[in-house]
Design a protein around this ligand. Structure first.
Ligand code: C2O
Ligand code: CU
Length: 460
């Protein structure tokens, strides 16, 4: 603590000076090919990014030195991604939250060698949502994501709902990542990074900006929050106590907007919130100590007692009028019986699921095409974990024996698993059967995933 300039190393609440204007990742340009597909060209390479004064930091990025452009596509469109790997290492590109054929998933079974190109294509067939993309090479995911390979993938409906939607003006991605920098401004991948809990960084970056402020020019803004950190859990709220509206979770908009003052995100989770500001107001988006169910020591180790300032909002003297928030938002899960018995159970521990460590050559089970299954997931070793399933958006049936709280009533692809609390989720497998190409399920604490807290299933 206390190493950074201006006296703010850890983004400790109330101590930070917001000196840098928030960067917004550019929207990726796309073109139409003869078949009418929307084509994106992505190229991963090493670069340098200036986080703070002094030497620029060696980083990785896509179509730029750090992070990746925002992709945007409309439901019903077919996309084609032409991805070239100009990194010195084999990587992959995974579309987190996307329903798509397993061979296009970009998990560990679709490696892209240095100098090689990979061109997945699929049709967008799911509700509007904030998804994201990142590498997924087995054993190296944490490092590749930490160096900067992270982008947002926005899905829209053909007719967008009446929410703020001018990208970068009143509709803003907020990619939150914690990092550690050495004295020479290198990304610290030392001991702490390798430790079992994963990295817990002292510096919180938003869209690659340290100590960021966002000039607000509209009465109402939509923030698409993404926890792209390796391990840290954030519990977002405003320093002033300002209420805001949660409108969407991982897989789309909620059935009804939910007024609240806090939203918690474990690694990989997203939330779309709508915030109202008055002219000349200022406020700070802060992360309060998350509710994790962890004991004292595990909380300390994982930064679970930290209160961190994330992003300052600065409203202009005059603000554009904004659309109302519609009363009903989207295709949402229907209430389901919380006591439905599970078809499968999963016990998460360091670093196993049901006692088994990840093996690229082992398929853990097959699910039938078109089937709906209920899974019960429990973290059994007292450690922080979460659970992510590829290809599907699931519905949360229960947390413990209780029905899900309002912020878990939308579509989810990743969920925090407090110690010893069974969580039941239901999902439908509608992918094309492919017994040869597995999908993953895993803990999204990336160092846990890399060490084997992951398994594979196929749809048949
Ligand atoms: Cu965000 Cu299996 O990944
Ligand atoms: Cu874990």
């Amino acid at each position: 603590v206390g190493r950074w300039w201006a006296g703010a190393d850890l983004n400790t609440a109330g101590r930070i000076r917001f000196v840098n204007r928030l960067a917004v990742p550019p929207l990726a340009r796309s073109r139409r090919d003869a078949a009418g597909r929307r084509v994106f060209d992505l190229r991963a390479a090493a670069g340098r990014h200036r986080f703070r004064p002094g030497r620029p930091t060696p980083t990785w990025g896509i179509n730029g030195p750090h992070l990746a452009p925002t992709l945007r596509a409309v439901r019903g469109e077919t996309v084609l991604i032409r991805f070239r790997n100009d990194l010195p290492e084999t990587t992959t590109l995974h579309w987190h939250g996307m329903h798509l054929p397993a061979a296009m998933d970009g998990g560990p079974h679709q490696p892209v060698e240095p100098g090689a190109t990979w061109s997945p294509t699929w049709t967008i067939d799911q509700p509007a949502a904030t998804l994201w993309y990142h590498p997924h090479p087995h054993g190296r995911t944490a490092a590749h994501v930490y160096r900067g390979l992270t982008g947002v993938f926005i899905l829209d409906e053909p007719e967008p709902p009446q929410l703020p939607h001018r990208y970068g003006i009143d509709d803003i991605p907020v990619i939150v990542r914690d990092i550690n920098l050495t004295g020479g401004n290198r990304l610290d991948e030392g001991e702490r990074f390798q430790a079992g809990v994963g990295i817990v960084g002292e510096l919180v970056t938003v869209n690659g900006t340290l100590a960021p402020y966002l000039p607000v020019t509209a009465q109402r803004i939509r923030l698409r929050l993404l926890n792209a950190s390796a391990s840290r859990i954030y519990r977002f709220g405003f320093a002033s106590g300002r209420p805001f509206t949660l409108v969407g979770t991982d897989g789309g908009l909620l059935p009804a907007p939910h007024g609240t003052t806090r939203v918690q995100l474990s690694p990989g989770e997203r939330a779309e919130i709508v915030v109202d500001m008055r002219p000349d107001e200022r406020d700070v988006l802060r992360s309060f100590p998350p509710r994790t169910g962890l004991n004292f020591w595990d909380r300390r180790l994982t930064g679970g007692d930290d209160t961190l300032d994330v992003l300052q909002l600065r409203a202009a003297p005059r603000l554009d009028p904004s659309p109302p928030i519609p009363a009903r938002l989207a295709e949402a899960p229907r209430p389901a019986a919380p006591d439905t018995p599970p078809d499968r159970t999963f016990e998460l521990a360091k670093y196993t699921i049901n006692g088994k460590t990840m093996d690229m050559n082992r398929i853990d089970f097959a699910v039938a095409h078109g089937s709906t299954e209920v899974w019960e997931v429990t973290a059994i070793d007292g450690s922080p974990h979460n659970f992510h399933v590829h290809d599907v958006q699931f519905q949360v049936l229960s947390v413990g024996n209780e029905p899900p709280p309002p912020d878990l009533r939308g579509w989810k692809d990743t969920i925090h698993t407090p110690p010893n609390v069974p969580i039941r989720i239901a999902m439908r497998f509608r992918s094309h059967p492919d017994p040869a190409a597995p999908y993953m399920f895993h803990c999204h604490i990336l160092n846990h995933e890399d060490r084997g807290l992951m398994g594979q299933f196929v749809v048949t």
